[in-house]
Design a protein around this ligand. Structure first.
Ligand code: FES
Length: 635
């Protein structure tokens, strides 16, 4: 099979691929992320590109019109390379560099707990580097190289823990010791069970580093951490390259279980995502992979299994069983991470198929398992994962909110990227609209936090009723409210303001989808409370984590019944809780041990059993709720 060059425009990025490679795959290899909501099945139409020149074969054209086809528009997932090609990827087909959560937006309400936590757990990183000087062997002192090294190490480490060395390090040890004239820097992993020598080199004063990695379904974030000082020296985030296999965990599982090759491919995609992020940071910091001695990974259960190449089939099938909760430690070389080959990779334990290591990591970062107070920890994404409890007990659940808050299933929905409406104000008298747009540019769509705002303001202005029905009688008041052929809608931005040829609107159908999504989250919270016979006002603190949560307006979230009606001061934002918990574990063996206990301690409540969740869900399908006594502050 021949190889051909594909040039992607307007980036002008060239990649060489095998004949028959799909354009979707070629683009991913070139570092260009194309939307592929259906996972390449040829049904969503999100992955359109234009073939400008060259030979390509299309097996499926979806709903493309004859006019589009004549212009060279193709579905990239079903168009295959047959010769050198030039392909244009239009902006609407691209996963844009949206706000990968490296920093905290809601800084005013930022949870400071994680900063103090390291001090309370005690500083004891999962790897370290020590400098030693061994005595040279002589005819009268003829101990082996390893005996010589281990005696000196034990003296410096002052510990009774076992000390081991893998064959791969032993194989190069004799030459390294002599080239270094017995003056050495030794990197070791440091676990409860003992030390392992993973690298020996001539003495130097470079610190060793570790990685805290949040493997999300959509994005991956990596912190590079100096293990000597605990300082985060760099951060990098990007899309998960698995996006080419679909937007959500279910489409990833469907792809992964097709064959052994597809499982290997989807694993490579995420490992490659992390490797690219590592390489970028190493380059910036003038370091090499040999400087990185350990990594802690936090991800949902499917992401964790895929990262390790474990077949995720039964996560998706009733009764939804993960292969393992307490994931074993593996070596970097076993999964292809470009760090020290024998560096130990720790993966956060999960609780169940839909409450994963990212939530355990987040819960560790909230310190709820050591708290006297009752804490509700919520991570809102496609799934709303919720943990409730304190130092004596913890319960958790996952409820499917659907993709609304990430912009899916909404006419003008989009992720929080430049052009996304993130705040909405509607004048109740004139129905005029004020918008805040990410990147302060012309609005092209609306993201999750904008949708929450919008729903609250539509109701407040009387444009929709409590069930989300549009009140068309207001159409005499403003041209913004109107009926279309098959729906009703409210214009957020006129086409001329939006810089396009279409008005940016929110439709009644969008509103109903949002009500279902917020209803699912609130029903999950109520179901957990019922499981432990508590009332909402018994919650002392609500900690919100995750990308969407980070931009949420608490007042409007309460107004629509997404979050419980509690005083503002009870709400805290923790930002990317998953990567924070990963860093904590990387720097503290005690914290890492506690993470395992935490996962075991969390009782998982399966919401599909019984009628509680469904009853709560139905009651929550109003704004804010059918039971207004639950929302006393909402007028
Ligand atoms: Fe869905 Fe191509 S049509 S990814």
């Amino acid at each position: 099979m021949g190889k051909f060059q594909v040039t992607f425009m307007p980036d002008n990025r060239v990649i060489e691929v095998e004949q028959g490679t799909s354009l979707l795959k070629a683009a991913t290899q070139a570092g260009i992320f194309i939307k592929s909501s259906c996972g390449g099945k040829g049904t969503c139409g999100a992955c359109k590109v234009t073939v400008i020149s060259g030979e390509a074969k299309s097996e499926r054209t979806g709903n493309l019109s004859p006019e589009q086809l004549s212009r060279g528009v193709r579905l990239s997932c079903h168009t295959f390379v047959e010769g050198d090609l030039t392909v244009e990827v239009p902006p609407e087909s691209r996963l844009q560099a949206h706000q990968v959560l490296l920093e905290n937006a809601n800084s005013a309400l930022l949870n400071e707990t994680s900063k103090d936590l390291l001090a309370s757990y005690g500083y004891h990183p999962l790897a370290r580097k020590v400098n030693i000087r061994c005595a040279e062997p002589t005819l009268t002192d003829n101990a082996s190289d390893w005996a010589r090294l281990s005696i000196e190490l034990k003296r410096v480490l002052q510990s009774d823990k076992p000390l081991t060395i893998p064959l791969s390090v032993l194989q190069t040890l004799p030459e390294t010791l002599r080239q270094a004239h017995w003056d050495l820097s030794v990197t070791l992993t440091d676990c409860e069970s003992g030390y392992t020598v993973i690298h020996v080199e001539p003495a130097n004063d470079r610190p060793c580093y570790g990685l805290a990695i949040d493997v999300g379904t959509t994005t991956v974030v990596v912190y590079l951490v100096n293990l000597d000082s605990g300082e985060i020296v760099d951060k990098q985030g990007s899309y998960n390259k698995q996006a080419q296999f679909g937007d959500d965990v279910i489409s990833r599982i469907v792809y992964a279980v097709e064959s052994q090759e597809s499982l290997a491919e989807i694993q490579r995609a995420v490992v490659d995502t992390v490797n690219v992020l590592i390489d970028e940071m190493l380059k910036r910091q003038s370091l090499t992979g040999q400087d990185i001695a350990s990594a802690v990974i936090a991800g949902n259960t499917t992401m964790s299994q895929l990262f390790l190449g474990i077949n995720p089939r039964y996560i998706r099938l009733e009764p939804y069983i993960p292969t393992v909760n307490a994931t074993p430690e593996v070596l970097a070389k076993e999964i292809g991470l470009r760090l020290l080959p024998d560096a130990l990779i720790h993966t956060y334990p999960s609780v169940a198929s839909y409450v994963g290591g990212d939530i355990v990591s987040g819960a560790l970062a909230t310190d709820m398992a050591n708290s006297d107070e009752i804490i509700l920890f919520i991570d809102i994404g496609t799934n709303g994962e919720i943990v409730l409890g304190n130092k004596d007990w913890l319960v958790s659940c996952a409820c499917s909110a659907g993709p609304c808050f990430e912009g899916g299933g909404i006419l003008f929905g989009m992720r929080a990227m430049p052009g996304a409406i993130e705040r909405v104000d509607i004048d109740p008298e004139t129905l005029d609209v004020k918008l805040k747009v990410v990147g302060q540019m012309a609005p092209v769509g609306i993201c999750g936090s904008g949708l929450v705002d919008c729903l609250a303001k539509l109701r407040k202005a009387g444009i929709i009723d409590r069930a989300g029905n549009f009140q068309l009688e207001h159409s005499s008041q403003s041209a913004r409210i109107r009926a279309t052929e098959d729906d009703k809608e409210f214009v957020l931005a006129w086409a001329h303001q939006a810089g396009g040829d279409k008005d940016v609107v929110i439709s009644e159908n969008d509103v109903k989808n949002l009500i279902r999504a917020k209803g699912a989250i609130y029903a999950g919270i109520r179901s957990l409370l019922q499981a432990v016979a508590l009332e909402i006002d018994m919650i002392d603190r609500i900690v919100i984590g995750g990308g969407f949560g980070n931009y949420l307006n608490v007042h409007d979230s309460v107004e629509i019944g997404l979050l419980p009606d509690l005083p503002q001061e009870k709400f805290e934002f923790i930002g990317n809780s998953s990567v924070k918990g990963a860093r904590l574990a990387l720097l503290s063996q005690k914290a890492w041990n506690e993470a395992s206990d935490l996962a075991r301690k969390m009782t998982y409540i399966e919401l599909s059993i019984g009628t509680t969740f469904m009853d709560e869900f139905v009651s929550a399908l109003f704004l804010p709720h059918t039971d207004l006594s639950l929302f006393p502050s909402v007028e």
